[in-house]
Design a protein around this ligand. Sequence first.
Ligand code: AMP
Length: 521
Amino acid sequence: MTGVPRWSRILGYRLSMYFNSSADIIIIAIKPAGRDDEVMEANFNDYPLSSELLKAIGLLDFTSPTQVQAQVIPAVLKQRDIIVRSQTGSGKTAAYAIPICELVDWEENKPQALVIAPTRELAIQVKEDIFNIGRFKRLKVSAIYGKAPLMIQIKELKQKTHVVVGTPGRIIDHLERGTFDTSQIKYLVIDEADKMLNMGFIEQIETIITGLPKERVTIVLSATMPKDIILLCEKYMKGPIRVEIEEPDSASHRISQVRYTIDRNDKPNLLRDITIVENPDSCIIFCNTKQTVDQVYQGLQKLKYTCEKIHGGMEQRERLRAMNDFKQGSFRYLVATDVAARGIDIEDISLVINYDLPLECESYIHRIGRTGRKNRPGKAITFVTPYEDKFLAAIHQYIGQEIPLQERPEPETVHHSKPEFEEKTKAAPEMKAAKGAQLSKEIMKIHINAGKKTKMRPVDIVGTLCNINGMTAADIGIINVRDISTFVEILNNKGELVLRELQKTPIKGRLRKVSKADMQI
Ligand code: AMP
């Protein structure tokens, strides 16, 4: 590597930065700081962020910026283009979401930021993450992705929207229909760019980019940097900063990994024995095909395990429901194809089982990376049939280490482990709070039985609410006017006050039926 190294310390790691001649490219190698290195603790308060954002960040329990955030947040706040090489689990979503939420102008009705994501699941998750971070700035975030009704998305895009997150195909669909106005887009994020390349989306991404205003900040995130992505960046970015974060403690080292050699027909028995011995709190079992997912799922149901399944052949709504239930801890076992392997952020998965050896090396890393998140320890177990030596060797080469071979648990060990396993199976799983739950505590969503058909507009609602004693515009969250009803979020614990007052206060000349609504609607 050429250039002049400069040294800095952050979060207990020594960073070496290499500046090229134009001072644009920064490659960062991170090494644990020596004992004599003083630790410079970064803090979100050090960034020029509004109190609304800092409040949300605090309630989300983000104590200090992750390494990728420490690099990306200041750069994007300064409106610089940036290429980030980092893995999921590094806090990369918040790294771009925080500065974007800070920079977008609340007053502007048209979308100002576009995030392109490879899968629907990731798009939905990114939307939630951005929504949570922009909660108190009252930012409206829309997700547009395939296999979901177009009309609902069209209606959503017609209303005030600050950030749009979408998958390439559906974004283009909206662009062609003229239902997505990109004239005010100032921030473009291409998330998991290498995955988009693998899925054959690169041309679609170029089509989207060419339709956007040229005056914009472009952020590209990718776990790997294949040539095509570099070319794309060169073509559409302006003097990008390049940040490469070599994780000091990579997933494959943090996660304890073992493998078992097993005949195909014997896999169900080994799965039963392993789950009894390991007795995980939560576990994902990965299979290569949806048929195997169905078989394993049925097998586990027969054994009375609390389980769910996810594969590409299921309806989007079913997949989302299963994923959400699993996130919240409603059941312990999720049987899935690689649909669930990438980018999806589920905390506290103690065990990953590769029921089938993945056919692509990258898949192995993504699958095992579902456990051991945020530097917690995790365990990954892989079943390998005697005919899969070649694939196994490729994985060993890819991860740079050999997965230790383990002997199948003795029947005696399984027998001894059974009482504890059965006790856990009988006990109700511990429910985990949804990530944004803390943020929603002081927010109440109310339903008003009047909408577009009665010519209700957000301005009518704001006018009425601001006339209530003790209410200001800052207490009003997202307003969603539908055909015959309107949903309004009331912030800062003022929901009860508004609910009470609106029973006797007319909106647009008439008393309306106003009630408390479900936050999920
Ligand atoms: P990502 O890499 O975007 O998938 O994020 C991984 C997880 O880290 C998500 O659950 C985030 O909510 C969480 N996270 C992001 N930033 C921070 C932070 N600064 N401190 C603690 N957790 C964080």
